[in-house]
Structures are given as C-alpha cells and as structure tokens.
Design a protein around this ligand. Structure first.
Ligand code: ATP
Ligand code: MG
Length: 507
C-alpha cells in the first residue's frame, strides 16, 4: 500500500518552539506513517532536530498538538515516549563514555533477574544486537575506548533494542562508512516490513534518497516542500533546501604549489589494543604549500590515526614527521598547534568543543595569543575575532554569546572548523569535517579552504565521501589497512577510487 493511504501513526500539528528569542519552529505540521521512511531535509539550524525532539518527548512544544494513532497525547519525557513505542537515535551521541556498551544499551530499563540485574542476559542480548549491526566488539567494552563510528553503531543498537513502532534517526550515519550504512539500511528495510514508521535525517542526500518513501523539507522553522519518492530527485532536494541550484565546485587552480609544508616518512602507528598490528604502516605523505590532498578510505583504514599522529595525539612507533623541514616528533600537541599544525578532529563533542562555553570563546580559545594587548587578553579584540570567524565559517547564531550547545549540530561542527582556521595554521588536517554540515555550508567550507590554499595553506582532508574528494582535492590518496593503496587526480572516476579502498562498487 502506498504511503498516502495509510493513517499516520504519529502526527505533529502546528508545532511552535521558542528558545528564548529564537523561534526554531513556526507552526509545523508533520505526519509519520507505518512501514514508510519519511526523510527530513533542511539546512543547518532549520529545526529538524528540534521537531524530532518534540516528537520523542525530549522537548516540549511552545504550542501545537501531538497525535498518536489519531489521539492527542502529551509526551512529557523520553521514557514516556519510549513506553508508547517512540525511540530516537540522537544526532549528538548521548552515550555515557565511562560505562560499557551493554550498560549503555540497557540504561534505564535494565533486565531484572532474581538477584538484581541479569547481566548475563543483558550481555547476550547486547551481543546479538552488535552482531546484527556487524560490529565485532565485546558487550563489556568501554564506550570511551570506541571510535566515533563504533559509538554511533552502539547508539543505533540501543534504539533497536527497544521494540519501537516509531523510530527517529537524526543523522545516524554521519560517522559510518558506506558498508556500515548498507548494514543499517538492511535493518531499516526489515523494520519497514514489520510496519515500523521511520523518520530519517541526513545531510548525505544521495544516501538518504536511497531509502526515502516520502520527503519533507524544513526551511527556517517552516515546512516548505514535500514529495513522494517517485516525484523527487537530488536536484529537487537541493533546490528546496538552499533555494537554487548549486555545485560543490572544483579544486582551486591557477597558481603554483610552494615548498613541502608537511613531510611524513615511513610513519607507523600501532593499534592500542593489539600492538602487534600497525594501524598506520610505514606511510609516506608530502603536502606542499597551497596543495589540497584528500585521503579517502573506509572506517578503520587508519586515516584518523594518521592525522592524530601528525597532530601529536597518537604515539608514533617509527618514521619521521616534519613541518617546513623541521622534525616535530618531539613536540607536544600544543607545540605542534603553535607551530602551525591544526587538526579538526573526528569527534567534536569529546575533542572539539567546550559545551558550556559560548560560541565566541570556543572559536578563539585555541588562538588567544592573537588577542593579547599589553600581556592581557583583550576582550574587545577577542570578540571582534570571534565575529570574523563566525562569518568566515558561516555559523548560524545570533552572536558570539550563545552557549555553543544551543547551536544546531551542523553549526557546532562549523565552530570546530572555525576554531582551527583561527589559529592560522600552516597545514590544516580535517578528519571527516563535513559530518552533519548541509550542502550549502559544505560549499562555503570548500570555498574557504580553497581561498586559504591559494594563500599557501597545505590541506589534508579526510573523508568517506568520494564526491567531496573530487570537488576539493588536487590529489586523492586512498588508504587501506594503514597504507596508501592508490593515488588519483581529480579526473578519476568515483568507482575507481572506491574500488581502490576495498569497497564494493554497486553495479
Ligand atoms: N537549547 C537551545 N537554546 C537556544 N536555541 C536553540 C536550542 N536548541 C536549538 N536552538 C536553535 O534552534 C534552531 C534549530 O536548531 P535544530 O538543532 O533543530 O536545527 P537542525 O535542523 O537540526 O540543524 P542541523 O542540520 O545543523 O542539525 C537553531 O537556530 C538553534 O540554534
Ligand atoms: Mg540537527
């Protein structure tokens, strides 16, 4: 049966949400139907997460009505929503880092036995879920020891462990590689066959289109377009999201590269859990001033470890790393940052931002030396620079004073990028920087990187989206099992690059 004919299972009517002076939702009506995927598209800050938080009991609407099976309900808390069959996978990972995977999955609804919590049963169920998600980690692993992508899978497993009728997925795949996304999509299809209603939010537009039945576009807190799968395509989404046609652009040209800025030779990083294994295996990489190099690879290929080794966050077991010809291996993280190695880390929540500080302070924190006047930090200069950075990376915020945690997910990611731009690096290392960033903002970030590259910045851009490599990079290297498995120019085809990563290319 097609989506329009089924009665909605969950509906929001005229939903308004005010945060102080910001009206995040301006009267949105939104229906979710059983056995279908409704995808929600919209720019960063459009109100997608806010709407989903209201439909899952995380937040209360300022006005408007929620109907479940046609009856008005008040969802006063997430546990109440869960009891009614509504689960949400949050955009910002919400796991407790110092607990095990199992405890996170069953938090708040532990399985009871005759002698308290039945850990054996919880472990059994958790491991079954992890196996279903093809994540080979023990249920008693600590969440803090997992990579972001793995944490994201645990977050999904937790939502799947509840038998839900309505499953909301807010950017569930931002840290996943293509094969893992396929696993998730397989699970989504099974859930649909069982009649589960799914809401899916993603800035990976092509990926989202693959499972869309019904698409909805939010713009500035208002619903601006809706369409059935047969009637929409990528162009429709982009046009409705950002207002016109647009394109990510191509690598900057018309200038000569300078001297090598970053020289990595024979660098080896050992696996923390299994030091017999090298996650980066004798790797060589040279990046010249003005050059943008893209590193493409699957999750686990060693991209993050390589970038972290360059920035001083991972111990190097062998090889050399030089900046402008000088070895930086003996330098601390802070010394490398001061020397011009800027890393935009994979995990913005853990490494990138201080959630309780305001937007401006987060942007300028790493480069406060620039704001000194007579040995003291000048508040006026600091705020001025914060405003410049807000404009440079197009953060959607009323001003530098807003707590960074009140920004939408994509805008928080822009702050992490802006913070590193603010340090005026010699080489900028970006680890999956486009996670959660909308197409328009991605194009802005690309323009910014291109402009800085023209001025001599060396850029290393790590991504699992091939299209990004082709739009930004002068040179694309593919990493596989800690080594460079191939190198391409931007004239290469997507399929060639994906094949070199070991990824199955769709026929
Ligand atoms: N706790 C809060 N306090 C103040 N403003 C908030 C708060 N939470 C969200 N907002 C604001 O509400 C608006 C909508 O944010 P929301 O997180 O819903 O956007 P989004 O569409 O999910 O964006 P993204 O694609 O970046 O995740 C933004 O302007 C955001 O700054
Ligand atoms: Mg969001």
């Amino acid at each position: 049966m097609s989506a329009e004919h089924e009665a909605p299972v969950l509906e929001g009517r005229d939903i308004v949400k005010d945060y102080g002076g910001t009206r995040a939702l301006k009267g949105v009506t939104f229906a979710i139907r059983p056995g279908t995927v409704t995808t929600l598209f919209g720019e960063n800050g459009a109100g997608k997460s806010t709407l989903m938080k209201i439909l899952s009991g995380v937040e209360q609407p300022s006005s408007g009505e929620i109907l479940l099976d046609g009856e008005p309900v008040v969802l006063a808390s997430t546990s109440e929503a869960r009891d009614r069959g509504i689960s949400i996978i949050h955009q910002e990972l919400s796991l407790a880092p110092n607990l095990t995977v199992r405890d996170n999955i069953f938090m708040g609804r532990e399985i009871g036995g005759p002698f308290g919590i039945d850990y054996a049963e919880e472990t059994r169920q958790a491991e079954a879920l992890l196996a279903e998600m093809r994540l080979p980690i023990p249920a008693d692993a600590l969440v803090s020891d997992l990579r972001v992508g793995q944490q994201q899978i645990v977050e999904i497993a937790r939502a799947l462990s509840v038998d839900s009728r309505i499953l909301i997925m807010d950017e569930p795949t931002s840290a996943l590689a293509a094969v893992e996304v396929e696993v998730l999509f397989g699970i989504i299809r099974e859930l649909l066959a069982r009649g589960v209603a799914i809401v899916y939010i993603s800035h990976h537009l092509e990926e989202a289109l693959e499972i869309t039945d019904h698409a909805v576009v939010l713009r500035d807190g208002t619903m601006t377009a809706r369409g059935e799968r047969a009637d929409i395509d990528l162009e429709w989404i982009v046009r409705n999201m950002v207002g016109d046609d647009f394109d990510l652009g191509s690598p900057p040209t018309g200038y000569a590269f300078g001297e090598p800025v970053l020289s990595v030779e024979g660098v080896t990083v050992l696996d923390r859990e299994n030091p017999e294994r090298a996650v980066v295996d004798g790797l060589d990489l040279e990046v010249r001033a003005g050059e943008i190099v893209c590193i493409y690879g699957l999750m686990g290929a060693g991209r993050t470890e390589l970038l972290e080794a360059i920035a001083g966050r991972e111990a190097v077991a062998g090889g050399s790393i030089r900046l402008d010809g000088r070895s930086i291996l003996g330098d601390t993280i802070a010394e490398r940052l001061a020397a011009g190695v800027g890393l935009v880390p994979e995990d913005r929540q853990q490494d990138g931002l201080v959630q309780t500080f305001d937007v401006g302070t987060n942007l300028t924190l790493a480069s406060l030396d620039d704001d000194l006047e007579h040995g003291m930090v000048s508040r006026r200069r600091e705020r001025g620079r914060a405003r410049e950075l807000i404009t440079a990376v197009t953060v959607k915020t009323p001003g530098p004073e807003l707590p960074v945690g009140a920004l939408s997910g994509g805008n928080q990611q822009k702050v992490v990028i802006g913070k590193i731009v603010g340090t005026s690096p010699r080489v900028m290392l970006l680890d999956e920087p486009s996670r959660g960033i909308d197409v328009g903002a991605k194009a802005e970030v690309f323009r910014l990187l291109a402009a800085r590259a023209r001025q001599g910045l060396a850029v290393v851009y790590s991504t699992s989206e091939v299209g990004e490599c082709l739009s930004i990079a002068h040179r694309i290297i593919v990493m596989r099992r800690g080594r460079i498995s191939a190198e391409f120019t931007p004239e290469a085809s997507k399929d060639m690059i994906m094949a070199a990563s070991g990824e199955a290319v769709a026929a």
